[in-house]
Design a protein around this ligand. Structure first.
Ligand code: IMP
Ligand code: MG
Length: 184
């Protein structure tokens, strides 16, 4: 696993997460926020981000899954996860989103299908405000337009793992973000 090339080091991540936490804290000064992390990839990002936010903060989790034939890990690596865009909620948040400053915490923004779907679901609950923070962004892969309010790092079209991100449920525990080479 250590033979995988490092794209972003743990030190770079820590510095960027602290800066995003400071931005959120100043932009929402005087407000309370609900960090809504998308399972499971955003769990580690949530843990670090939450500790860098100087506001009344609660957090919760939402689970999503895509319909349609899931590609094999190898195909996902080659072509990404090109679903039909049909996404469903597998775990709803425990607390009400109504009237809250909801910040969706995502690991990576890829085709944009997941976040477009989540945005609709969440806005239907009439939060006070809605924001998206994504650790990584692969804008070259976008199929549905959507932008995060806060992005950690914009990356090229590579399949990456670590810091919560997986390849077939593996490598989520790596402290740095590493590249899985295509066509191994
Ligand atoms: P989207 O709906 O295509 O934007 O999909 C986003 C989801 O795809 C993320 O939450 C990840 O679970 C997964 N994903 C996309 N690219 C990568 C990657 O490079 N590594 C690991 N997971 C990825
Ligand atoms: Mg994933």
């Amino acid at each position: 696993m250590n033979e995988l090339k490092v794209l972003i080091t743990r030190e770079q991540i820590a510095e960027r997460v602290a800066a995003i936490g400071a931005d959120i804290s100043s932009e929402l000064a005087g407000e309370s926020v609900l960090l809504l992390a998308v399972l499971k990839g955003a769990a580690i990002f949530l843990a670090d981000l939450a500790r860098n936010i100087q506001l009344d903060t609660s957090f919760d989790f939402i689970g999503v899954s895509s319909y349609g034939p899931r590609p094999s890990p190898e195909d996902e690596l080659k072509h990404g996860w090109d679903s039909t865009g049909e996404v469903r909620v597998t775990k709803y948040p425990d607390q009400s989103l109504a009237g809250q400053n909801v910040i969706v915490v995502e690991d990576i923004l890829d085709t944009g299908m997941t976040l477009n779907f989540l945005k609709k679901v969440i806005l239907a609950h009439e939060p006070k405000s809605f924001r998206i923070v994504s650790l990584l962004d692969k804008p070259s892969r976008r199929k549905q337009p959507i932008q995060a309010d806060y992005v950690g790092f914009t990356i090229p079209d590579e399949f990456v793992v670590g810091y919560g991100l997986d390849y077939a449920e593996q490598h989520r525990n790596l402290p740095d973000i590493r590249i899985i080479p295509r066509g191994r």
